[in-house]
Design a binder for this molecule. Structure first.
Ligand code: ADP
Ligand code: MG
Length: 330
């Protein structure tokens, strides 16, 4: 059965064919005979209760040209697509938020949306981890510099501070007592106590890497350790972290078991967990990546598992819809 899949994302030509997870989702979908469509946030619109997408049919390939539009675009009802992949990269700003609200208009009996828009609104990537106390390191969230300093002392004189809306390692500092830059760092990150930030125990195992664990429907599919450069604390690939092979450990599975019921409830089907040592530090839900790196290191094909999952969800909907309308399956 051939389906129509829409991808809400950044411009097609900005994709990195060797790195982007969305790229291999598209490649795998095409290989199975599905049609794929591209749209940006501005392609989403509504007339009354009906959500629409202005989308362009497209194609991707391993050899150049890596991306192509196959038409000039047309207006579709959201329900014209069998599945919509919300894969817009952060920032999760106002336009992102409104896009999730428009996607919420899609009739979920006819269109499967990954991830569920309400779940995307629920899960700030840093704060969502606080729901899993057995998985996270000692952590506080506050506007106040004095509180951050007290927390740091309680952690032995050092801590990580991070903004709640950052990504790719942006503005993440290792703060230390006695550092003459400590005050300006805390002033800059909290914008002089005008926004809340996260203070977290510094986990020394970061030197072995920050594990990206790819999780589908609550189950770990695979992982890679992003090892920081010698001159860096941050392991993010964007700032030079090097991906090395990693096993899925019993602790990783335990963390997944803690998250599964909540992820399921929030419709967060495809997420990327960040795990340092034994601790969950982030739940990436917007457009988690890492599949291509894991595929290469493990000789795996994780995108096939994801497209299998989406196809199964779509097929289940189609079956239910036929039953409801007294169709063939009766
Ligand atoms: N508690 C921590 N201990 C040590 N390093 C940390 C900690 N939290 C974050 N980091 C460092 O910062 C990087 C990015 O952190 P993360 O919380 O995943 O935010 P981002 O959204 O920027 O990826 C990690 O790869 C790691 O190197
Ligand atoms: Mg991260």
């Amino acid at each position: 059965m051939a389906y129509k899949f829409a991808f809400v994302m950044d411009p097609l030509e900005a994709m990195l064919p060797e790195k982007d997870t969305t790229f291999v989702f598209m490649l795998e979908a095409l290989a199975r005979g599905h049609e794929i469509f591209h749209l940006g946030l501005a392609g989403l619109h509504a007339e009354g209760h009906q959500g629409f997408a202005y989308a362009r049919r497209c194609a991707v390939a391993r050899t150049a040209p890596h991306t192509r539009y196959l038409d000039d675009g047309a207006q579709y009802r959201l329900e014209d697509f069998d599945a919509i992949f919300m894969r817009k990269d952060p920032p999760a700003d106002d336009n992102y938020l409104y896009a999730t609200m428009l996607l919420s208009l899609a009739d979920r009996r006819r269109t499967f949306v990954l991830n569920e828009p309400a779940g995307l609104r629920e899960a700030n990537e840093k704060l969502y981890a606080l729901n899993f106390p057995g998985a996270i390191p000692p952590t506080i969230v506050t506007y106040e510099i004095a509180k951050l300093k007290r927390f740091m002392e309680a952690q032995g004189g050092e801590m990580i501070v991070k903004p709640l809306d950052g990504h790719g390692g942006e503005s993440i500092f290792l703060a230390r007592a006695g550092d003459r830059n400590l005050n300006p760092i805390l002033e800059a990150v909290t914008r002089f106590e005008r926004r809340a930030i996260m203070g977290q125990r510094y986990i020394p195992e970061i030197r072995n890497g920050d594990k990206r664990l790819i999780v589908l429907n609550g189950e770990p599919l695979g992982g890679t350790l992003r090892v920081p450069r010698d001159d860096e604390n941050r392991g993010n690939i964007h700032v030079g972290g090097n991906c090395v092979k990693a096993e899925v450990t019993p602790r990783d599975r335990e963390i997944c078991r803690m998250l599964r019921p909540r992820l399921e409830r929030d419709g967060l089907y495809f997420v990327g967990l960040d795990i340092i040592g034994n601790f969950l530090t982030e739940v990436n839900v917007t457009s988690p990546t890492g599949i291509q790196e894991i595929d290469r290191l493990d000789g795996a094909n994780l995108e096939a598992r994801v497209i299998d999952f989406v196809e199964a969800r779509v097929a289940a909907r189609a079956g239910a819809a036929r039953l409801a309308t007294g169709g063939l399956d009766r």
